[in-house]
Design a protein around this ligand. Structure first.
Ligand code: F0G
Length: 492
């Protein structure tokens, strides 16, 4: 047992702790989100971040090498929650690059050397999610899970399906009907995950999967970013940026905001590095929403919601969600990955904004599409959601919140080839989506054909689709124990 690591409720009024071996989707005492915490005094001391450099040259051929080869696990001393290195599930994730983008910087009227792009689309499944999945699968293996599941707008499902296949676990993904790009759907099917197309959006899928995962009888291990182990892996994005800059933090980190796992993980990385005395400076954070999915922007900028050391006012959130419910609001943006109006990591994001002196902005679909095209024209390209970070940078430069001589890293969260529809439509005006009717037109007959299953947004139907007879389980217990829609976290 690894007792220097534990889980802890983020609500300071609760602070309940749990062993790392426990599987939780929230604090069972108060319903808040959980953090993975470490008693650093009981772990070998790290004197400097230079320590990690000796792992750069590892080829990844034998077991020890495979762990060093991973761009996540080569920093494993900073998330030591696993029991032994044999628990670690790695597929060579996190070998991503930080590129100085001088051509793009020129377009943005920034000086050379000041704009950097962190290409997380270079991960094996094509997005930053692999950083988190490797950590959550490691925990899943540690606790003996066999069935893993997620709700997804695309990237999470592809990543989960890839890891599940290689870790020999059963992968289940919930996707909203018509809410996933073809590239991502194809990955989930191809890697063999059971794919349920729920008639609803991402928020509905996440609500359903949390209802399922909270019941131990279903034996489902939840892989969305409410799982705190996911965020441990996503901290490595900050570490790789530091590594590429000779351990010098940039002035700004800009990231698109969807479920708000990344920004939460980034701040946690810096909180720990600061606590350990491994960095002197903490960058500022900018989280960029799409205008059609702008919950964080509304709450922070219009409603003045702040973390306040954990004593934030939850009624501000509840009121906002009540307005969304009353107006039957559904988020809508071309940036499908961040089409989320009830972000599960909201409290952690508030904490991140406080710690990193952060700002939040929203950008329109038009701004996203123009900046996506610019990244492609003067960079390696990225998917629409990722370009929200660059569109957000433009806005913050115009507002003079960021000055042209500050160093800025925009996180490009996903690969350009995720959503070629958006790109083709931008360049040609042709909407390929029209040709993409997800209902199979003929019975697929490939030896490994794995068609998605269409399911109503209905718990009974979902449980049946998962192979369990809904009349044999007491579904009222699911409904009672499940997080309320929209207030997934903590009513503290
Ligand atoms: N960028 C991309 C490319 C994403 O796929 C996502 C989330 C985000 C940004 C948002 O990140 O949640 O950390 O704020 N995609 C999820 C999915 C929802 O299902 O793939 P966040």
């Amino acid at each position: 047992m690894n007792d220097a690591a534990f889980q802890q409720c983020i609500n300071p009024a609760c602070g309940q702790t749990f062993a790392v071996e426990e599987v939780k989707v929230a604090c069972t005492r108060c319903g808040s989100l959980l953090d993975i915490k470490y008693d650093w005094s009981r772990l070998p001391a790290l004197k400097s971040l230079n320590y990690f450099e000796h792992r750069w040259a590892t080829k990844g051929t034998e077991t020890e090498g495979r762990i060093d080869f991973s761009g996540v696990w080569r920093f494993r001393e900073l998330f030591p929650f696993y029991r032994t290195e044999s628990d670690i599930v790695t597929i060579g994730e996190g070998r991503t690059t930080l590129q100085t983008a001088d051509l793009l910087a020129k377009q943005m009227h920034m000086r050379p050397g000041h704009l950097l792009l962190q290409y997380e689309g270079l991960n094996p499944s094509g997005s930053f999610k692999d950083n988190g999945m490797t950590a959550a699968f490691t925990h899943a293996r540690m606790v003996g899970a066999h069935k893993v599941a997620c709700a997804s707008t695309g990237n999470t499902s592809a990543s989960l399906a890839m890891f599940a296949s290689l870790a020999e676990m059963e992968g289940i993904v919930f996707i909203g009907s018509g809410k996933i790009s073809f590239g991502k759907l194809s990955q989930a099917l191809d890697y063999g995950a059971k794919t349920l197309q729920i008639q609803g959006d991402f928020d509905a899928c996440l609500r359903r999967i949390r209802q399922i995962a909270i019941d131990p009888r279903m034996g489902v291990y939840l892989m969305n970013s409410v799982n705190p182990f996911r965020l441990e892996g996503q901290k490595s994005i900050m570490l790789r940026i530091l590594e590429a800059r000779d351990w010098e933090p940039p002035d700004w980190i800009i990231v698109p905001g969807g479920n708000l796992g990344n920004c939460s993980a980034f701040a946690k990385a810096y909180m720990e590095l600061k606590e350990l005395g491994l960095v002197k400076k903490v960058p500022r954070l900018a989280v960029i929403n799409a205008a059609g999915a702008n919950t964080l922007n509304v709450l922070v900028n219009d409603r003045k919601l702040t973390w306040q050391g954990g004593n934030f006012d939850p009624t501000i959130i509840q009121k906002h969600y009540a307005v969304l419910d009353e107006s039957n609001y559904y988020p809508h943006t071309i940036a499908s990955a961040i089409e989320i109006s009830r972000p599960v990591n909201l409290p952690k994001a508030l904490r991140a904004l406080e710690f990193m002196n952060g700002v939040v902005r929203e950008v329109t679909d038009e701004e996203i599409l123009e900046h996506r095209a610019m990244v492609a024209r003067w960079g390696f390209g990225c998917e629409p959601a990722s370009a929200a970070s660059v569109a957000g940078l433009r806005k913050l430069l115009e507002e003079q919140v960021i000055s042209a001589d500050e160093s800025v890293v925009c996180i490009l969260t996903g690969h350009e080839l995720k959503d070629p529809n958006a790109t083709v439509k931008y360049h040609t005006g042709v909407d390929m989506k029209v040709a993409q009717d997800l209902a199979p037109r003929e019975t697929p007959h490939g030896k490994l054909s794995n068609p998605p299953v269409q399911v109503a947004d209905d718990l009974k139907a979902i449980v049946r689709a998962l192979g369990v007879d809904p009349d044999k389980v007491d579904l009222s217990a699911y409904n009672a124990s499940a997080a309320k829609p929209g207030v997934p976290v903590a009513e503290f």
